[in-house]
Design a binder for this molecule. Structure first.
Ligand code: ZN
Length: 255
């Protein structure tokens, strides 16, 4: 598996990723004290602060961490993230210790959202930090982008190797899976994933990471070309971005 350290901060997931040199970088640090405490517990120092987008619940602890650790704050929307040192764009490659990250632009939830992809190294599995673009079983709301833009971003993520581990920004997994089943109760894969998630939560287990393969098979927002789903929506002849838009609209109403 992976040695990613997951920190829960309300319904946000904050991640510490060890760099193999006694340091770790943090992704979307909403809670600075929790990050500092977890670093100490694991005898790690901070290598860098990465953010996927500018929303407060992903950057709230970033400036504080930067002040306390003097680490570079790397992200997007320079003007919107206090203390930001460096803005990344699609195709950028970052090296932190022994880890190489590739920046994938994924506009839709916000105009400048990015994901951070770490290709498989040394026989391990790749990892992608997806912020509020791709969730376990879901996707982010369309706050600054339109449906075709978000659909395109999700499609880019779907082309990553199937065994890539997906670490998303929020724990919305249960309601995402409930939504999928509500749209198409006959879909066995949706029902099985909902049951798995319910069981995981019952036993106090996390619902991350998922994998790209799992998301392609059971995330309804990646199924806009699935004939039964199109039929249920009364959109059998519609294009995929239109079907995706309708699914997102229904999810907004669902909760
Ligand atoms: Zn957000």
């Amino acid at each position: 598996m992976t040695n990613v350290i997951v920190i829960r901060a309300l319904d946000n997931f904050v991640y510490l990723h060890p760099c193999g040199d006694g340091r770790a970088f943090v992704v979307d640090p909403s809670d600075a004290p929790a990050v500092l405490q977890t670093l100490k517990q694991h005898d790690l120092s901070l290598a860098a602060i990465l953010v996927t987008h500018h929303h407060w619940d992903h950057v709230a602890g970033a400036a504080d961490l930067r002040g306390k650790t003097l680490c570079e704050l790397i992200g997007v929307d320079h003007s919107l993230i206090p203390g930001s040192d460096r803005t990344v764009a699609d195709g950028d490659v970052l090296t932190l210790g022994q880890i190489t990250l590739h920046v994938i632009a994924t506009p839709g939830h916000t105009r400048t959202s990015v994901c951070y992809y770490i290709p498989a190294q040394g026989g391990g599995r790749g990892i992608v930090y997806t912020g509020d673009t791709l969730f376990a079983g879901g996707c982010g709301r369309l706050l600054e982008g339109d449906a075709p833009t978000m659909w395109q971003s999700l499609q880019r993520l779907a082309t990553l190797p199937p065994d890539t581990l997906v670490y998303c920004g929020h724990d919305y997994t249960l309601e995402n899976c409930e939504f999928a089943v509500s749209v198409d109760p006959t879909n066995r894969k949706f029902r099985e994933r909902l049951a798995e998630v319910q069981k995981a939560l019952e036993y106090g287990r996390l619902t991350v990471p998922s994998t790209i393969a799992q998301e392609k098979a059971t995330n309804i927002f990646l199924q806009a070309d699935n004939p039964p789903i199109k039929a249920v929506l009364g959109m059998s002849d519609a294009e995929r971005p239109e079907v995706f838009a309708e699914l997102r609209r229904r999810k907004d109403l669902f909760g």
